[in-house]
Design a protein around this ligand. Structure first.
Ligand SMILES: Cc1ncc(COP(=O)(O)O)c(C=O)c1O
Length: 286
C-alpha cells in the first residue's frame, strides 16, 4: 500500500478535506446516485498535480451550465483537488475524478467530492500495446445533438451506464474498446475517449459542435501541439471503414493517454509503435 493512501485510493470532500476511503459520503437519495444527475471530470495525475486542471474545470463549468447545475466556486474546487492530491505520492501516476451531483432529492447543496486512484492495468495495456475496436451504433444521425439540448451533447454527465455497457459489449465480442457510430454512418467518439487520425501531415478529429461529442481535453492538447510532430490539424467527418485508409488512428483520454487503434471490426488500421510512442512522449505519459 502507498504511504498515507488507503486501499490505493484517496477520497476528499468539498469543505471537509480527505476522509477515510471507505467512509460513506452520500445520502441514499442523492440525485447523482439515483438518477445519474450530476457531472464529473477525470484528470491525469502526474508529478503530484492534476494535468490540465484549468481545462477540466472549464469543461466542468460548461457541463454545469448545460445541466443548470450550480457548480461551487472554482477556488473551492481547486482547493479540493489539492487536498485530494496531498497524500498521493508524487512519483505515482494516477487518475483524479472530481464529481458534482445535484445533491439530495429534497433540495439543498450539491454534493462535491474527489477521488484519486491508480491507473488501471487495462489502460496501461491499451496505451502501450494499442486496442482492437468494435463499432456500435448510437442510433441517431451525427448532427442530431446540435439541436437537441435535452440530450446533453458535450456535457460530461454522471449518466455513463450506456458508456459502460458499450465497453462490456465490446469485451463480449472480443474487442478492447468501442467506436460509437451515428445512424448515418459516421465515426463519433469512444465511450471514454476522443478519436483522432492522421491523413498525410494532417492530424484530424471529429467536429465537437456539429456532433455533440465530448470536447476531449487530451485530444485538444495534442491538436494544439501537433506542429511539434510536423502536422497541421483539421476537423473532419470519417466513416469507420475510412479509418483503414488513414495513416494511423488513436483514442485519447485523460487517464489512458493515447492508445493506437490496431483494428476496427477486424479490419487493420495502420499502426506504428514508434509514432504512437512519439505522441505518448509529447503528451507526457510514461
Ligand atoms: C465520451 C468521452 N469522450 C471523450 C473523452 C476524452 O476526454 P478527455 O481527453 O478530456 O479525458 C471522454 C473522457 O472520459 C469521454 O467520456
Amino acid at each position: 500500500m502507498l504511504p498515507g493512501v488507503s486501499d490505493q485510493r484517496v477520497v476528499a470532500l468539498l469543505g471537509v478535506g480527505v476522509v477515510p476511503a471507505d467512509m460513506p459520503i452520500l445520502r441514499a437519495d442523492d440525485l447523482g446516485a439515483v438518477r445519474g444527475d450530476g457531472i464529473f471530470e477525470t484528470m491525469h495525475v502526474r508529478d503530484g498535480h492534476a494535468w490540465l486542471l484549468d481545462e477540466h474545470l472549464d469543461r466542468m463549468q460548461r457541463s454545469a451550465s448545460r445541466m443548470e447545475l450550480s457548480l461551487p466556486a472554482r477556488g473551492g474546487l481547486v482547493e479540493l483537488v489539492s487536498q485530494a492530491l496531498a497524500p498521493w505520492p508524487a512519483t505515482t501516476e494516477g487518475g483524479l475524478r472530481l464529481v458534482c451531483t445535484r445533491g439530495a432529492e429534497d433540495g439543498g447543496d450539491v454534493t462535491v467530492f474527489a477521488t484519486v486512484f491508480p491507473v488501471p492495468e487495462s489502460n496501461l495495456r491499451g496505451r502501450h500495446q494499442g486496442v482492437s475496436v468494435a463499432t456500435a451504433t448510437l442510433g441517431f444521425p451525427a448532427e442530431l445533438r446540435s439541436g437537441t439540448p435535452w440530450l446533453l451533447g458535450g456535457a460530461k454527465t454522471l449518466s455513463y451506464a450506456v458508456n459502460m455497457a458499450s465497453l462490456r459489449w465490446a469485451q463480449s465480442v472480443g474487442a478492447d474498446d468501442v467506436l460509437w457510430v451515428s445512424s448515418d454512418g459516421y465515426a463519433l467518439e469512444a465511450p471514454t475517449s476522443t478519436l483522432l487520425w492522421r491523413s498525410g501531415d494532417t492530424l484530424c478529429t471529429v467536429p465537437v459542435e456539429r456532433t455533440g461529442i465530448l470536447a476531449g481535453t487530451t485530444g485538444r492538447w495534442l491538436l494544439d501541439h501537433a506542429d511539434e510532430l510536423g502536422w497541421s490539424t483539421e476537423e473532419r467527418m470519417i466513416t469507420p471503414a475510412g479509418l483503414a485508409t488513414t495513416d494511423g488512428a488513436w483514442f485519447t483520454s485523460s487517464v489512458r493517454g493515447v492508445a493506437g487503434i490496431r483494428t476496427v471490426d477486424g479490419s487493420e488500421v495502420p499502426y506504428s509503435t514508434d509514432l504512437t510512442g512519439r505522441i505518448r512522449a509529447l503528451l507526457g505519459y510514461p
